[in-house]
Design a protein around this ligand. Sequence first.
Ligand SMILES: Cc1cc2nc3c(=O)[nH]c(=O)nc-3n(C[C@H](O)[C@H](O)[C@H](O)COP(=O)(O)OP(=O)(O)OC[C@H]3O[C@@H](n4cnc5c(N)ncnc54)[C@H](O)[C@@H]3O)c2cc1C
Length: 159
Amino acid sequence: DARGPQMGVTEPLPHRILPVVGIWTRDKDYGAYLRQVERGNIVFGGAAERVSVDLDPGHAKADPARLPVQLRAVARLLPAIAQAAVIRTWSGCEGYVRDMLPVIGQSATTPGLFHAFGFCGHGFQLGPGVGDAMAELITTGHCETPLDDFSIDRFSREA
Ligand SMILES: Cc1cc2nc3c(=O)[nH]c(=O)nc-3n(C[C@H](O)[C@H](O)[C@H](O)COP(=O)(O)OP(=O)(O)OC[C@H]3O[C@@H](n4cnc5c(N)ncnc54)[C@H](O)[C@@H]3O)c2cc1C
């Protein structure tokens, strides 16, 4: 399924927050995360329902109506954000798999084809490790990191 996560950024504020701060929960109105860039702007995401995307030409448009729900969730982590001006919102196309886990490993049907997709919101974070695992798998035919849980045939096994 292709959807667009919605992000926003505030005006610059004094630089105080060093880690990425977030909460993960199955209650979509509560999960939110933020980080402050060195210039002071706070980048935030989560909470709001993902927007629908236009696959041709591949655009996702942020929906301003989703911003209040998102800011309420972010304010639970950082109440002071209620006083900050949001200067920009945006979205982008992304692929989601129904169990929210990526597909990583060899094709179940086509020799020489390898999959690494469906990162469901975590592709930047997982990319370096997945690249390393894929390089090992492709060059040696196996991988020290167990990849079975991410295999493409898990969907046919479900039936
Ligand atoms: C707004 C937003 C915020 C995000 N924030 C985070 C975050 O904070 N942390 C995090 O870990 N992840 C985040 N992600 C998720 C991350 O961007 C994705 O998981 C990651 O980019 C997926 O990488 P990918 O290589 O699988 O796919 P993509 O990055 O989508 O790359 C696929 C590439 O294939 C190209 N392509 C498509 N079709 C064809 C074709 N037929 N022929 C040739 N090329 C083709 C596309 O042009 C594209 O360059 C965010 C995503 C969005 C949209």
